[in-house]
Design a protein around this ligand. Structure first.
Ligand code: ADP
Length: 398
């Protein structure tokens, strides 16, 4: 057996884990523990052959959840004690300006991630908990933090600076950071390979369309602008997040109706987007309702696609020259309807989708534009865990 990295993504009450061969991306097992800290929880473990094991039980602590995951590996193989575990790779959402690279975790790094909690109060505390527990359970293994924001640390000031007072920027770190960086970076590399080009010579607009959604302008292999901002709320329309709205919306609702800011923030994050527009955050449901003539679902789909098209146009202008527009994540990989609608009418920019290719099978990185297109349109499945494993190995490997 070769070397493996255990990739851990700890949320506020959940823990995703996956054992990954960082060279091939193969995974002999992984899973998810949900509702940690609640009276009833669930562990779902998936084996290499696709077999599943579910444990409905209470997982009062993250430590217990991780021990249960280790037991699942013991029972269904391979035991974590038997594999050559070279690192634990931790997904950390916010790395601020300090972390532009994968980083070996020590006490100082833990303290720095804790200092960033005000910038990501919903995410960094869970990520920290995961790191703390894993360091205790795997004391002899290197722990590597991989940050969602890191790939975007190459953005120039003109792209990351908000036009707000100096004190906000200098003292309170108010700026664009961007997220989904691990996915954008992975996909940008795979897209360049598919095009047969050197990544450092490739300009891309990458569209990560999952439950969360973001667009990134990639110039010569690095991020030069991205649609998410200080938080993952800005930019594209998402499953439950509004994306761009007038920043005065908060003040307006607060002043006119007396709604607390926290309630407004919660609604923009959890009750908006596709869900706010038609009651459903899953784009499969939105498409199904639209096919049945549901007007709210049709509007939701149109608003979603229109916002994507706007960002494609904006990033085309940012880049000047675009080699490819790349779709990835749940919706980007699986919804031909969204891909075609989002890029419709862009033929004068050299962007077109071939219907047969777009609706054909997507088993890996695939070209869906006609052969004579000036700009290629690609679908590239993302694999954030594999990328985290690769980055972890790059730090600890020989
Ligand atoms: P997350 O951001 O949670 O990682 P994913 O990238 O897995 O999300 O994307 C999940 C979303 O992908 C679902 O909410 C759903 O909207 C969409 N999706 C999945 N399968 C399909 C499909 N066949 N057609 C359209 N949308 C799909």
């Amino acid at each position: 057996m070769g070397q493996y990295v255990l990739v851990v993504n700890a949320g506020s009450s959940s823990l995703k884990y996956r054992l990954v061969d960082p060279v091939s991306g193969d995974t002999p097992g992984g899973g998810l523990v949900e509702q940690i800290g609640e009276p009833a929880g669930r562990l779902k473990h998936v084996m290499a052959d696709g077999g599943r094991h579910t444990d409905e039980g209470a997982f009062p602590t993250f430590e217990g959840a991780l021990q249960a995951a280790a037991q699942a590996f013991d029972q269904h193989g391979p035991s974590l004690r038997d594999v050559d575990l070279v690192a634990v790779g931790h997904r950390v959402v916010h790395g601020g300006e300090r972390f532009a690279q994968p980083t070996l975790v020590d006490d100082d790094v833990v303290a720095a991630i804790a200092e960033l909690v005000p910038l990501a109060p919903l995410h960094n505390p869970g990520n920290l908990k995961g790191i703390e527990v894993c360091r205790r359970l795997f004391p002899d293994v290197a722990h590597v933090a991989v940050f969602d924001t890191a790939f975007h640390q190459t953005m120039p000031p003109v792209a990351f600076t908000y036009a707000v007072p100096a004190a906000w920027r200098d003292e309170h770190m108010i700026r664009r950071y961007g997220f989904h960086g691990t996915s954008h970076g992975f996909v940008a590399g795979a897209a360049a390979r598919l095009l047969g080009r050197d990544p450092q010579d490739t300009n891309l607009v990458v569209l990560h369309l999952g439950n969360g959604a973001s667009a990134t302008a990639v110039r010569r292999g690095v991020s030069v602008d991205t649609s998410m901002g200080l938080t993952p709320l800005e930019g594209l329309v998402m499953g439950t997040r509004s994306g761009d709205v007038d920043p005065a919306v908060h003040a307006h609702l607060h002043r006119q109706l007396g709604w607390p800011l926290d309630d407004i923030d919660h609604a923009l994050n959890h009750d908006s987007g596709l869900k706010g527009l038609c009651g459903h955050n899953d784009s499969r449901k939105v498409e199904e309702l639209m096919a049945r003539g549901d007007a709210a679902a049709a509007l939701a789909f149109d608003v979603f696609c229109y916002r994507i098209r706007k960002y494609v146009g904006a990033y085309y202008a940012v880049l000047g020259e675009v080699d490819a527009v790349v779709f990835t994540a749940g919706i980007g990989e699986r919804s031909p309807l969204t891909r075609a609608a989002a890029l419709s009418g862009l033929e004068r920019l050299g962007i077109a989708v071939d219907e047969a290719r777009n609706t054909g099978p997507i088993d890996g990185p695939t070209v869906i534009s006609p052969d004579d297109s000036e700009v290629a349109v690609l679908v590239v499945p993302t694999d954030e865990e594999w990328e985290i494993a690769r980055q972890a190995l790059s730090l600890v490997g020989p």
